[in-house]
Design a protein around this ligand. Structure first.
Ligand SMILES: [Zn+2]
Length: 601
């Protein structure tokens, strides 16, 4: 069975010789009793597995938690890593990380949900010391611009992606949204990319089940990046109430997951940006119409002009003539000028310190915080403004204008959602707290230096974490496995199957039994997510017709329960179910006709 692949990496000390896939002296077997009547046996097994499924899926919190992962005896691998494991984890004794990206949740939404007692599982796990209410993200607050920079602990002055489009002002080359999306997706680990599909509407429960597999995956890879996109999707499409409901759903799935998570795993839950709700404005079109033929390229919030000398005039007029609240441009090095609805602002930099000035009203409202026009270092700006209506704006803008790809004019619209893909009720694009201020939750030995903080720059969260918390280490191989099954076929008919893995994502195997012709095959893992793996293989079989053997195995697992759907040339489709009864032992129901036992090592 291919399902045996993938699975738990188990160090065995037996090193037993193989005989039809059965180790000679490794693990103790207890072949599952098979009733003499096929019908009775298969129905009993099916009923048992169904009952176990219901029990596992809905068991009350706390039940069956730590026994499920063998957390008590590290570094012995955890149980049930069918979705993950191989033989050896290169993570070794290194710190392990679970990084959960909670897309599109602002500090305001998160903290009010927390205060109302709706996120009690997150509250309990992180307690007050690990809950940082005011992380400050980058401007523009787009996932594409945030994630890679978080990995590299970079401010926004480096890197090409500073919007959902990329424009190189020197080469005059541009990339559209699809290319930027691809760039961003490529920075996400292979198995985490399945989260993109789980971020579509109505996929939340599958996404939650994928989260339940996190303990095993962290054990296998040392690091797991998990993306919960449902909060972003719900906010964009249905608005704030739907986002809050989705956030509570995440909290419930999180609870069942952490019940199985070893204590020493470092856990970070962060939002990459917040969200503004309300009437959606199609202001990309409005700005494009306004710019007419003055711009070479426009991708919010960047305007690239044909004549850079027009920047002051365009900045002033775009605020007067469109919905944009602000437009900024670099007047001279270290000096940024911005126009607001009723005032202009300037930011001067000297060394690392920045000074904010304004004419007339104070559009950023910093005077109310006691700011009197002095030069402040970036940390002081963070301390002063992290709870302000415009958090950390002087520093974020100055950093953005340090980027070689920045527009000649940078606009900002703060109070209304900007039209875009999926956007019917909310979006994130402004300089205001609703978009820029995000929750950051931390727990674990490598993150203790952040305990008790009220605020943090988003790039600071993991900059001191070691080893690289974004560097997952695949196991050296998949587990080997051996399966023995029996079915009633005018008398008990045994079947055996073995798999052998020389390296990660590759398996060799063989099988013989009453339901299939004897065969040998090799398979590779073509696609994997956190719930499932897809293997493609070829082989030979003992077949008088000499038909070629090609096969596809789709494996799906949630915690202890899983299935393997096999399509192979010359055979009927087969569906196997299994339940993991022990760290490296599965009970199997093969195609509803045979029962068996499998071990992995
Ligand atoms: Zn979004």
């Amino acid at each position: 069975m291919l399902w045996a692949s993938g699975l738990t990496r188990v160090h065995t000390t037996s090193g037993g010789r193989m005989c039809f896939g059965l180790p000679t002296r490794p693990h103790r077997y207890e072949v599952v009793a098979s009733a003499s009547k096929r019908v009775i046996a298969s129905r009993l097994a099916l009923a048992t597995l169904s009952a176990l499924w219901v029990f596992v899926a809905w068991m009350p919190e706390g039940l069956g938690a730590h026994d499920a992962v063998g957390a008590s005896t590290p570094p012995v691998p955890v149980l049930g890593a069918s979705v993950g494991a191989g033989e050896a984890t290169a993570a070794g004794d290194s710190a392990r990380y679970l990084l959960i990206h909670l897309d599109g949740v602002s500090s305001e939404v998160f903290l009010s949900e927390l205060e109302d007692g709706n996120l009690e599982n997150l509250q309990e796990f992180f307690s007050h010391r690990g809950i940082i209410g005011h992380g400050v993200t980058y401007y523009p607050p787009f996932t594409s611009a945030v994630v890679k920079r978080m990995r590299d602990a970079q401010p926004i002055n480096e890197g090409e992606v500073i919007a959902w489009g990329v424009y190189d002002p020197v080469q005059e080359a541009n990339e559209g949204r699809a290319r930027v999306l691809l760039r961003y997706a490529r920075t996400v680990p292979r198995r985490a990319r399945g989260n993109f599909f789980l971020g579509f509407p109505f996929m939340d429960h599958l996404a939650g089940m994928a989260l339940w597999n996190a303990p095993e995956l962290v054990e296998t890879y040392g690091v797991m990046e998990y993306y919960w996109f449902g909060t972003d999707t719900a906010g964009h499409i249905w608005g704030e109430s739907a986002q809050r409901r989705n956030l509570r759903r995440f909290d419930r799935y999180f609870s069942r997951m952490v019940a199985n998570l070893p204590d020493d795993v470092n856990v970070v839950v962060y939002a990459d940006h917040g969200m503004t709700f309300g009437e959606v404005l199609d202001y990309d079109q409005e700005v494009a119409d306004f710019l007419d033929d003055r711009a070479r390229y426009y991708t919010y919030p960047h305007v690239y002009l044909h004549d850079r000398d027009d920047r002051a005039e365009v900045a002033r007029e775009v605020v007067r003539g469109t919905w944009q609240d602000f437009a900024f441009y670099e007047d001279e090095p270290d000096r940024i000028v911005g126009f607001g609805p009723e005032a202009w602002v300037t930011f001067h930099r000297e060394g690392d310190a920045i000074r904010y000035e304004h004419d007339g009203s104070d559009p950023l409202g910093y005077a109310d915080l006691g700011y009197a026009g002095e030069y402040l270092a970036s940390d002081d700006w963070l301390a002063l403004t992290h709870q302000a209506e415009f958090p950390y704006t002087p520093v974020r803008l100055m950093e953005l204008f340090d980027n070689d790809f920045v527009g000649d004019v940078v606009v900002a619209l703060n109070g209304k959602p900007k039209a875009g893909p999926w956007v019917y009720a909310g979006n994130h694009h402004g300089l205001g707290a609703a978009d820029m201020s995000v929750p950051v939750l931390v727990r674990g030995p490598e993150l203790e230096h952040l305990y008790g903080r009220d605020y943090v720059k988003i790039e600071e969260v993991l900059e001191r974490a070691s080893p690289d918390p974004f560097k997952a280490t695949p196991p050296s191989r998949e587990p080997h496995s051996a399966t023995l099954s029996v079915r009633d076929d005018d008398g008990l008919a045994p079947g055996v199957e073995f798999t052998f893995s020389p390296r990660y994502r590759l398996q060799l195997g063989g099988e013989t039994g009453p339901e299939v012709a004897s065969q040998l095959w090799a398979s590779v893992d073509l696609l994997s997510g956190y719930l499932s793996r897809l293997w493609l293989g070829v082989g030979v079989r003992d077949d008088p017709d000499q038909r070629p053997l090609a096969r596809m195995d789709y494996q799906f697992q949630v915690r202890r329960l899983g299935m393997d759907l096999r399509l192979a040339t010359g055979e009927s489709t087969r569906l196997d179910l299994f339940y993991r009864v022990h760290r490296n032992v599965d009970l199997k129901l093969r195609d509803f006709e045979a029962v068996g036992i499998r071990t992995r090592f």
